[in-house]
Design a protein around this ligand. Structure first.
Ligand SMILES: Nc1ncnc2c1ncn2[C@@H]1O[C@H](COP(=O)(O)OP(=O)(O)OP(=O)(O)O)[C@@H](O)[C@H]1O
Length: 266
């Protein structure tokens, strides 16, 4: 059974339709990748799901989470859902932090909104969460500027997973990181997904990440989904010309695939 069922979701701007009646299902514990070139509508789709669109855009259609259309939930209801059941991490992790608040205060704000815990329990929970993403609990008292990009993205993951959501929306979470940090963040997400059983909606234009981690993919082009299904099948045998072009534009993916088991080109 799907945990999130997206049906005929469209996103409209003033002058045009940006996302064009797309449908897909995400199942419990699944890594679902939404892929496509820059500007194809991935981020707007992710934002529409949690009612995070900027004011000049609006969504129509159905996004079912536990039999509720969450696109039409009230502001209060969607706030409760976001964070508790549906969490987000973003490419721009810097933007998620307030420079003059410590890491601990960022946890606190989140905990106070969603939980009823004593101060000591909040601190203990935050320190455990920091350790779960491979960070020292000493970062609790530090300010965002004292952490590296990779560390800050780890903190946002720790906060996003604090309440054990059913779905984590990860919108290009590694784009702003160097390749070593990106690799570590993806490994971390994969481990935490195994541990928590959450589904991940992973937004990316990098098919190398998809190849390694995704169970299912949907390929977006100009606001529409042109092809979707099991990641292995689509990457191994794409049927849509756009998907084929996307795969061809990833030289390392093609080259690695083209190598024989001995590591040479046939
Ligand atoms: N606030 C906005 N107002 C008007 N148009 C917008 C707005 N935000 C995004 N768009 C347009 O919607 C389209 C899809 O943008 P979106 O950010 O979803 O693409 P994307 O596939 O996520 O790209 P990227 O990989 O570069 O993040 C683009 O043409 C973009 O210019």
């Amino acid at each position: 059974m799907s945990i999130l069922a997206v049906r005929q979701l469209s996103v409209w701007g003033k002058e045009k339709r940006i996302v064009d009646s797309i449908s897909f299902d995400i199942h419990q514990g699944e890594w679902f990748a939404l892929v496509g070139q820059s500007g194809s509508g991935k981020s707007v789709t992710a934002a529409a799901i949690g009612q995070l669109l900027p004011p000049n855009l609006y969504a129509t259609g159905d996004v079912r989470y536990r039999d509720k259309n969450i696109v039409t939930l009230s502001e209060t209801a969607i706030r409760q859902l976001r964070g508790k059941r549906l969490s987000y991490i973003f490419q721009d992790y810097q933007g998620s932090f307030t420079p003059f608040l410590t890491i601990g205060r960022h946890f606190e704000e989140y905990q106070r909104t969603h939980l009823n815990l004593s101060r000591a329990a909040r601190k203990q929970q935050a320190e455990e969460a920091l350790r779960s993403v491979g960070l020292s609990e000493q970062l609790y008292n530090r300010y965002p500027f004292q952490l590296s990009g990779g560390q800050l993205q780890r903190v946002s993951i720790a906060i996003a997973l604090l309440l054990k959501p059913d779905i984590l929306v990860a919108d290009e979470p590694t784009t702003a990181l160097d390749s070593v940090s990106s690799f570590q963040i993806l490994q971390l997400l994969s481990r935490l997904q195994d541990e928590t059983g959450c589904a991940i909606l992973f937004i990316t234009h990098d098919l190398r990440h998809v190849k390694k981690y995704a169970d299912q993919i949907a390929v977006m082009n100009e606001g529409a989904i042109v092809e979707s299904g099991a990641a292995k099948k689509i990457l191994g045998n794409p049927s849509h010309p756009y998907t084929r072009t996307l795969i061809r534009s990833m030289p390392t993916l093609v080259q690695r695939d083209a190598l024989t088991p001995e590591g040479v080109l046939p």
